[in-house]
Design a protein around this ligand. Sequence first.
Ligand code: RNT
Ligand code: ZN
Length: 410
Amino acid sequence: MYEYAKKSYAAYGVDTEAAISELKDIPVSIHCWQGDDVVGLDGGGAASGGIQTTGNHFGRARNFQELKADIEKAFSLIPGKKRLNLHASYAVGASVDRDEYGPKHFAEWVKFAKAIGLDGIDFNPTMFSHKNVKDGLTLSSPDGDIRKFWIKHCIACLHISEYLADEFGKPCLMNIWIPDGYKDVPADRLTPRLRLKESLDEVLSCGYDRNKVVVAVESKVFGIGVESYTVGNNEFYQNYAANNGICCLLDNGHYHPQEYVSDKIPSLLAFYDKVALHVTRGVRWDSDHVVLFEDELKEIAKEIVRNDATKKVLIGLDYFDASINRLAAWIVGARNMQKALLWALLQPHAKLKALQDDADFTALMVINEELKTLPFDAVWAEYLKRLDQKGAEWYNDVKEYEKTVLKERK
Ligand code: RNT
Ligand code: ZN
């Protein structure tokens, strides 16, 4: 079947061998928080700040040991180059508050990530699920002590990120997302943004190593209970990032449902050296459903591949579904990201671009439609085989793990 597929793609000038070997090298950063419903290890409890995990499937990882075991099992069934995306709330054995976290609280994670052969660890300050989120605000709070606490937390996270970069000999992405906003019509939209700007300036001026840490800011349209106003919206962060030499993180659940991140990626690539992503699936809103192999996912992957941006676009996943087996959620989403990248690598981009420039839109449509039914499955199967990965049978492993490990967790 692979030989047949190879010929089918070759007829369009596509080299399946090249696609397979390129795919092996594209890292995908997988979020730790799918494993425990974004609860974390530092006592913050269930996610708050406009985000919510729904569902109550049995087997949630309740501690570091269980989370590590689940990650190890799930990641073993995901092909390709993997990074781990950690939130500060996953500090191990911390007896201090978040503003005093340091590398030692993440040393166990480093040991683990190295042991299971990961490419690196990415990091996030956790500015939700904490008593210092005052009236729903963090870095934009009118209370100077609150702002100071979170500024200190972000600076601590920058140093942890430097440590993570050193440990893996590769840059670490540190993404800043805050829940700040208002439920109802605000009386002042500007001042909170000016305070956020000042707070971020203070964080970035701490003297971190820009070669080691890529700082990103993640905008959002609204959160649950914060429907009327979001301090860190798209315009705010795009301008902030552009003016301060950092990068934007686009979460495809964070825009109006008729706005597409696939279209935003090339716009940012025209101006930025790096663009970070949270690939998710919003159903009617920022619902963080498991990533499926859908058109928009393919478009996102196509924009990365056809713009020669696999090293510029930092791909991360961000979803949390507690209504199904959490390992399966990880595996389905991460495999789909890989599938979409393979799909994108199997398109004859140069030929299609030439048709566009020649204004031959008829041929462009005809070929695009033909490409949709090429034997993609056989190339995917070959990729899995070469990486010694299972096909659809991965699910049997998860069922077994469910029976022997997850069912025991009461
Ligand atoms: C929230 C953002 C943010 C979080 C994670 C846990 O809307 O998407 O990225 O989901 O940091
Ligand atoms: Zn996100």
